[in-house]
Ligand binder design. Structure first.
Ligand code: ATP
Length: 231
């Protein structure tokens, strides 16, 4: 579970995130929408411990990120917009390496099963990452998250630059992870995907979480109007 209590980040006199209260429980997918500079990435970076809050607290599974920056890394997986992996290693080797860093020792067959569960096609498993598309790299990122058995998943712009099929694959995998009890927070500009995949949607403006809706309570058109009225 992810929780923010009055989480605030100020740069000089600029408030990038203002008093954020947010809770994402196991099995929920919370999508953060908002224009450029609204504070979405700041929120994610505060949960990751990449940034120190000016005030307030971020918690991962009840553990304070600021107090236990190393421990929380065992509980979460993070997939940035551009997944950073080793181009000279294969998909399977990258997964083996990053799983080992997290303390998991999988054999060749298990690594293949993890890659398959993330939706990567079999023929790519033993090809070098250098030849992968963005969507394929993202699937290795998702396989790493599954391999780490992370109960919290943070995603920044996960569908940007993906073709519609890759985006749809992404939605399906994320939904499965969520149904298996992962708490997921994603920053996105993709209103359509947010509506499709998220259980809850928050709209941010200038560092403030202005509106939160349950995805099941709103149509895609209503969400778009609410977004345009809010930002
Ligand atoms: N190191 C910094 N110093 C000063 N201001 C910063 C710094 N980092 C971020 N900001 C500002 O904080 C605000 C929030 O940025 P953030 O990256 O969280 O927005 P975002 O909603 O993720 O936007 P985008 O959709 O463009 O990714 C922006 O106005 C940004 O310029």
């Amino acid at each position: 579970m992810l929780e923010a209590k009055k989480l605030t980040k100020i740069y000089g006199d600029y408030v990038a995130l203002n008093d954020l209260d947010l809770s994402v429980k196991a099995g929920e997918i919370f999508a953060l929408l908002g224009q450029n500079g609204a504070g979405k990435t700041t929120t994610i970076n505060l949960f990751l411990g990449f940034l120190k809050p000016s005030s307030g607290e971020a918690y991962i599974n009840g553990i304070s990120v600021a107090d236990y920056p190393q421990e929380i890394k065992n509980h979460l997986a993070y997939i940035p917009e551009t997944v950073l992996l080793y181009p000279n290693l294969t998909g399977r080797e990258n997964l083996e390496y990053f799983s080992a860093l997290a303390g998991f020792d999988y054999n060749k067959q298990q690594l293949g099963e993890l890659l398959a569960s993330a939706g990567l096609q079999h023929q790519a498993f033993d090809q070098r990452l250098a030849g992968y598309s963005k969507g394929m790299r993202q699937k290795v990122g998702i396989a790493i998250a599954i391999a780490k058995q992370a109960k919290v998943l943070l995603l920044d712009e996960p569908t940007s630059g993906l073709d519609p099929k890759a985006s749809n694959d992404f939605s399906e995998i994320i939904s499965t992870l969520s149904k298996n009890g992962t708490a997921i927070l994603m920053a996105t500009h993709d209103i359509f995907r947010a509506k499709e995949v998220a259980t809850h949607i928050g709209i941010m403006k200038q560092g403030n979480l202005q509106a939160v809706v349950k995805s099941s309570d709103i149509s895609a058109n209503e969400l778009e109007s609410l977004y345009l009225r809010t930002v």
